[in-house]
Design a protein around this ligand. Structure first.
Ligand code: ZN
Length: 268
């Protein structure tokens, strides 16, 4: 198993000490990873592909890591979608890849100050862009989402969204936290809206950054309380209770959704 030591960098500007021979580069284009060979997304020996559109991501196994937005796919390289990478990587590598794509997507889109329209610039010690004219600071966006695995006796509720229909995957219910809501309130509302049932005994399990495009998934397990399943057909294609011995196709182990399903099916 890959062991990665990733360290946060408190500035976006790539340090002058960055050495392309020794240090690491991740290339992205329009939200996809650009890779020279399968399974390898960071590289040394990357000399200047482009002059602009580069940011510092952090330090990986002691080496500086930057992300570069390339205008074209170099000859012999390939474009790799982040979802495809998720299926073929470990949790730590996916975290670094997702962070890089997320930061670069934001950086590419956020060129001008939303208050006064002047150009935004790097700051010294913050992962932010600042307007030199009005001092407005813009930070990478993070949207909190709740994701919940619901248990009824020895069964777990699994749903297939229309979006996931082509993959055949069934997963937990999830949704954005609305302004003014607690996480628990968001869960109760989402489950009622999407499945038509009431839940209680909501317990926090863990979280995962989810860069599609900038969610933070906050994972919970809850107990079924009452109501008949009534899926919201605008979002949900199919919905049902499943026992551990007859599960449909569920998300891969690297995802918080899978960890929540596994937890809900444990008998403790
Ligand atoms: Zn401004």
């Amino acid at each position: 198993m890959t062991v990665l030591d990733f360290e946060y960098a408190p500035a976006l500007k790539v340090p002058d000490s960055f050495d392309p021979e020794r240090d690491l580069t991740i290339c992205v284009r329009r939200g996809d990873l650009i890779v020279p060979e399968p399974g390898r997304i960071w590289h040394s020996g990357m000399h200047d592909l482009v002059e602009n559109q580069r940011v510092q991501i952090g330090r990986l196994n002691g080496r500086l890591l930057r992300c570069v937005d390339v205008p074209d796919v170099p000859e012999g390289w390939a474009s790799l979608g982040l979802r495809d990478y998720l299926l073929n990587s470990d949790e730590q590598s996916f975290r670094v890849a997702g962070l890089s794509v997320q930061i670069m997507n934001w950086f590419r889109q956020q060129n001008f100050c939303p208050q006064c329209g002047n150009a935004l610039e790097f700051t010294e010690n913050d992962r932010a862009l600042q307007c030199a004219y009005c001092q407005y600071r813009d930070y990478p966006r993070v949207n909190p989402c709740v994701i919940v695995s619901i248990r009824r006796g020895d069964e777990v509720l699994l749903a297939q969204s229309h979006r996931m229909r082509s993959t055949g995957i069934y997963s937990c219910l999830a949704g954005f936290v609305e302004a003014g809501e607690s996480l628990e309130e968001a869960i109760v509302r989402e489950v009622r809206e999407e499945a038509g049932i009431d839940v209680g005994d909501i317990r926090y399990v863990g979280s995962q950054a989810w860069p599609f495009p900038h969610q933070l998934m906050l994972g919970f397990v809850a107990e079924y309380r009452s109501g008949e399943l009534q899926p919201d057909t605008r979002e949900i294609a199919d919905l049902g209770w499943y026992r551990a011995d007859c599960l449909p196709k569920i998300p891969p182990h690297q995802t918080i959704a899978r960890q929540l399903i596994d937890q809900a099916l444990r008998s403790d």
